[in-house]
Design a protein around this ligand. Structure first.
Ligand code: CA
Ligand code: CA
Length: 422
């Protein structure tokens, strides 16, 4: 009989390989779905850190494949028992409980007539005020119908974890509680059918839409990681000479939200990407809005990457790229320096076609910005804007900061949902 000899070296390699594949794990394995924010990983690590639903009991692990199940898993906002929601496949939120698609018509309140809305709201309209008010009330009621369908509040101590190709389409997740983890999800931004016309927004007025993919409204200890955010197919419409913009933010951070880390995620094909602080008059945001953005990929997005008021925001090791110089997603700027904002930007890389470094920063009444070792179109730029002075804080919460020449490759490889084999 022939003896089969297995070299000990091979055995070690096999065991090591097996262990590695276990530790990478499927999302159902504790190593992924129960992962918590690493210590020191940005502002979400303040205090007890961000653990989401990591300690959920087995009954509080929900596997969801449709909107009804997703909503049911999260419906009780007062239930703060740790919970994990595992998302499988695509969930479209413009649907009813039976899964039937809901369109503009389905949401429309009786008597809402878009042509009449335009007629009564256009500049110098001679329509009676009562008719104008009636159409505005109908618009609001219609918008409320859609809002009810697509808005989901996430309770405290929750992890929402995407399985292979998990996609939340048209949802507006509202984070107004403490301790939430969102990982490995593709978001397609919600599409508002019932925009409001604000004649006093800017010199020419503006159409305003309501929904973000994620609205962090007062939420604290939030970790968004390895996710992607983008628009679905876009229809371009203009009324009263202004763009009828169906989409608002991708991730907007407002209402005294605090201690947030957003990492290894892609933001793509969108206009108003990330707003931190919603108004100059919201002085209650002063001392809040601590946000860390690292290893994110901002690709063909127009503006607000992010735009900040009041907050201390650490922006490091992100990669900004734009190859579109015209059209819907033409680049405007990256860092928006708004009222009392304190952005500290270091070791970021930007490759922006057809623009020079001055476009990287736009000032909206802010006075301070620190930039260290950022590369724009192949050159390290020390000062992006002469009118700004350095911020008066220094980041202390971060894990490791990559050398600037490694940022692009690292981000392009890792800033997206992870492939999970089950
Ligand atoms: Ca808006
Ligand atoms: Ca918003």
């Amino acid at each position: 009989m022939k003896k089969i000899v297995i070299p000990i070296g091979l055995v070690i390699v096999l065991i090591a390989g097996l262990m590695m594949s276990f530790s990478r794990g499927s999302a159902e394995s504790p190593t992924f779905m129960r992962e918590v924010l690493p210590k020191q990983d940005g502002f979400a690590s303040v205090g007890n850190g961000t653990t989401g639903g990591a300690s959920a009991t087995e009954q509080n692990v929900f596997k969801v494949t449709n909107k009804k199940e997703f909503v049911a898993a999260l419906k009780n906002r007062k239930n703060t028992a740790p919970k994990i929601v595992l998302v499988y496949g695509t969930i479209d939120f413009d649907t009813d409980d039976t899964g039937k698609s809901l369109t503009m018509k389905d949401y429309m309140a009786d008597g809402y007539d878009f042509q009449q809305y335009l007629e009564t709201h256009k500049p110098q309209s001679t329509a009676p005020k009562s008719l104008k008010d009636e159409q505005e009330a109908k618009r609001k009621a219609s918008q409320k119908n859609q809002s009810k369908s697509i808005t989901v509040h996430v309770p405290a101590n929750t992890s929402i974890i995407g399985m292979d190709n998990a996609k939340l389409k048209g949802v507006n997740l509202v984070l107004d509680s403490d301790n939430v983890i969102i990982r490995n999800i593709q978001f397609e931004s919600p599409y508002d059918y019932f925009l409001s016309w604000d004649p006093n927004d800017g010199p020419e007025g503006n159409w305003n839409s309501q929904y973000d993919s994620i609205s962090i409204k007062g939420g604290t200890h939030i970790w968004i990681d390895h996710s992607s955010f983008q628009d679905g197919p876009e229809t371009v419409e203009k009324y009263f000479g202004r763009k009828y913009e169906h989409r608002d933010g991708l991730v907007d951070i407002t209402n005294e939200a605090d201690y947030i880390t957003i990492s290894y995620s892609t933001f793509e094909n969108h206009n108003k990407t990330m707003l931190i602080g919603s108004s100059d008059s919201k002085i209650s945001d002063e001392g809040k809005l601590h946000v860390t953005l690292h290893h994110n990929y901002f690709h063909n997005v127009v503006q607000r990457l992010p735009r900040v008021r009041f907050g201390q925001v650490h922006v490091y090791n992100n990669y900004f790229a734009s190859d579109t110089t015209n059209g819907e997603y033409a680049y405007a700027y990256s860092l928006g320096v708004g009222k009392n904002s304190q952005i500290y930007a270091e070791n970021n890389v930007a490759d922006i076609a057809g623009k020079d470094y001055t476009s990287f920063v736009k000032v909206f009444g802010g006075k301070q910005l620190t930039t260290v070792n950022n590369m724009f179109n192949g050159q390290i730029i020390d000062t992006f804007n002469d009118t700004l002075t350095p911020v008066d804080w220094k980041p202390e919460l971060f894990t490791a900061i990559d050398p600037v020449n490694e940022v692009k490759e690292n981000v392009l490889h890792n800033a997206r949902p992870i492939k999970i084999s089950q």
